[in-house]
Write a protein that binds this ligand. Structure first.
Ligand code: SF4
Ligand code: SF4
Length: 322
């Protein structure tokens, strides 16, 4: 058991497990006892290989910036990250041996951050080896494969570069890749997906883009606090007009009506805020096409036209206030 649990009575431990499950969105799916059993039996610490390809390391930064203890950190404390190029102490052949030995052992969690170049393998080599080969051989014996961030899920920003970055799923056909597609990955999403796996030994129910429904089942737009302004067509056009400060950001490029994610409810940075409440339109980072097809990011564009046309056709009805 990790240090977080030391000295806790059984009652307090169960209370903590209930809080952990609620925070990562699993309280309705699993009983407190099931979560407690999963965290207790994880004393063996399931091995994890975390690969990084064409990425900015933003997902890794989210991981290492986790405050301790948070529900996500409590769950992630239950895994053993055996291989992670950015944070592991070993390097060179010693590091590669750890990866090879873990592959031989099998049954590990594979997390991939970043996309895979399709234009030319040489855009991304690790230890002189094409990243594509590394992902393919590491996926072979993985118990579960998780793509973190927009790049690994759908190609992301590297998808729009000359390297033509591909999502992980495209290079390991036949394998299920769970896509946690925000940019960067939300640590609650990662921790909750791992907890789901620890409890059930399965992937959580996924949408048609292989994202967990428990996190990507609703549109950002449907839970946005500016929604009433959208419904009444009060669109912010002038950042300097105090009267408009809470109005809908559609005309500033918001993609919330086409973007699935729980950001308005879960929020970011330990629940402090999220893009729209901080005054930035949703860029649709969790959707395929981010960011090239979502450009311009801060102005009206094709997405605005599509959304307005759907609104005019009555396809985005007013949200009922209950
Ligand atoms: S368009 Fe964007 S800012 Fe406006 S209500 Fe929808 S999600 Fe919120
Ligand atoms: S609000 Fe939109 S751009 Fe911001 S993190 Fe959520 S999905 Fe991504």
């Amino acid at each position: 058991m990790g240090k977080v649990f030391d000295g806790l009575s059984r009652r307090d431990f169960l209370k903590l497990c209930g809080g952990v499950a609620a925070t990562v969105g699993l309280a309705d799916l699993f009983s407190v006892e099931k979560v407690a059993a999963a965290l207790e039996s994880a004393g063996k610490k399931p091995p994890v290989i975390w690969l990084e390809g064409q990425d900015c390391a933003g997902c890794t930064i989210s991981l290492i910036s986790l405050e301790d203890p948070t529900p996500a950190s409590i769950i992630l404390d239950k895994i053993s990250i055996r291989y992670h190029e950015t944070i592991m102490a070993a390097s060179g052949s010693m590091a590669e041996k750890v990866r090879e030995d873990t592959i031989k052992e099998g049954g590990y969690v594979l997390i991939v951050e970043g996309s895979i170049p399709s234009a030319d393998d040489r855009y991304c080599l690790v230890g002189g080896k094409p990243f594509k080969e590394i992902v393919q051989e590491t996926a072979r014996n993985a118990a579960v494969i998780i793509g973190v961030g927009a790049c690994s899920a759908f190609g992301g920003i590297p998808g729009g570069t000359p390297s033509k970055g591909l999502p992980v799923s495209k290079i390991i056909p036949g394998k299920t890749v769970i896509n946690l597609s925000t940019c960067p990955v939300h640590m609650d999403h990662l921790a909750g997906t791992i907890l789901y796996y620890l409890v059930t030994k399965k992937a959580p129910p996924l949408d048609k883009l292989n994202r967990p429904v428990m996190y990507f089942g609703t549109l950002v737009h449907d839970n946005c606090r500016r929604r009433a302004h959208f419904d009444e067509e009060r669109f912010l056009t002038d950042w300097n007009d105090p009267k408009q400060q809470d109005w809908c950001l559609l005309q500033k490029g918001c993609k919330g009506p086409e973007t699935y994610g729980d950001c308005p409810i879960r929020r970011w940075n330990n629940g402090i805020n999220f893009c729209i409440d901080a005054g930035a339109p949703c860029q649709g980072c969790s959707e395929p096409g981010f960011y090239v097809k979502h450009s311009p990011l801060y102005a009206m564009g094709p997405a605005t036209d599509r959304i307005m046309a759907r609104k005019a056709a009555g396809l985005i009805p007013k949200k009922e206030i209950v």
